[in-house]
Structure formats: structure tokens, C-alpha cells
Design a protein around this ligand. Sequence first.
Ligand SMILES: [Zn+2]
Length: 241
Amino acid sequence: MVTLEGKIRVPQAQREATNAALVEHVALTRAEDGCLFFEVVPDPVDPEGFRVREAFLGPDAFAAHQSRVANSAWGRLTKDFQRQYEVSGLDDPVSDDETWMAKALALADAASAVGEVPVGALVVLDGEIIGQGFNQPITRCDPTAHAEIVALRQAAQAQSNYRLPRAVLYVTIEPCLMCVGAMVHARVARVVFGAREPKAGALLSHPKVDDHSINHRFEIVEGVLGDVCGQRMSQFFSKRR
Ligand SMILES: [Zn+2]
């Protein structure tokens, strides 16, 4: 993952034009393939500054962003503004798990767009998505409509099989007890999640399913794009407060 953090200083005379161009710039960047996080906010301690924070899946997505911006209205307007940026992760290769998690993250965004807690999930089999879902218990009036359940249902339908023995489930947030139960029933091979859920997480935070009570175990991987997945949750809840 490539991250950038820093400041841009806007000359007073350009302030209005910059504010006007910023909305489009943010929307276009967030819609870019491989953009995981993008935020430009007024600097609380510098009236002429903006703070910039961005995260891209990998060097290619970051380079594509840079070249798009250079030729955009925003790029032309801010070309000579003073900047102080720190970029890291430019040499980090992108793993398959990260690529899938980025897609789960886009599903989490679909949840928050309709006012649901931002959790997204994917079921992948032999390098193909066979099920996907986002959290939607409120919109569906369905307490079981968690991202993982929606994705598992779709996957099982696609396979015409209630067992998904070689499948990998990707989810942005550590699953709850209900979803862990469903994963056991589905016999998935592997579960990859982003950030831990300290309250309701039932895989590592509060493991409830022990080896004696079930006859299936799966591999667990945590922390894939974990910071970004967790950030989506904290952003969502801070906006609601
Ligand atoms: Zn759940």
C-alpha cells in the first residue's frame, strides 16, 4: 500500500478557486481504481493550509493517480502551490489478498452510502469472485444481512452447493459470532479480514467457537489493509455522532 501524508499551502488569492475545485478533485480521486483512502481537509493550525492524506493499493495505482491529477483542473490550479508530502510504500508489491480486500472495501463504501455500517465481503474461488455483499440489515429489515452472510448466500447459490470447501472469504472487519458460524457451516478454507472488531469480533477478539465444538477449522489471516478498513468504521461512527 502506498500512503501519502502532508500539507499543501494555498495562497490567499487562490483560496476561493481552490475550494471550488476541491470537491470535484476529491470525488474523482475516490472513484479511481486502487484509491483506498483520500482526504483533503483544512489545516486546523494553519489558515492557509490543507492537510492531505491518501492511500493507494500499490505503486501502479498511485502513479496512475499522479498522472491523472497532473492533467486535471485541480493539478493545473495547484501546480505551483507549496507542498510538503511524505510518501511511503512505493516499493511494496501488491499481494492477492490486498487486491481482493480493496474490492471488499469498495463494497463497504456501498454500505455506508446507504447509511449502513461499512463492512464489505467477498467469496473467492479459484481466483474468481463467486459471491459479494455489504452490510445491510437496516435496509433489508434482516438481522442476518451482514456482508459475510450476503456474500456466502450468493456464493452457495452460484455453486449450487451449501458447502464452499475451497473458498476464501474476505471481509473488511472481523466477523461476528453469527458470521463465524456461517463460515463453519459453509466449510470455507480461509478467512481474511482487515481490522479487528474489539466488541463483537468472534474470530480472534472473542473466539467463541472452540476446536471441540466444531468439526471444521479454517485458516485465519488478519490485518490485510487493516488500517484503512478500521478507518472506514471510525469515520462512519464519528460522522453519526
Ligand atoms: Zn456478522
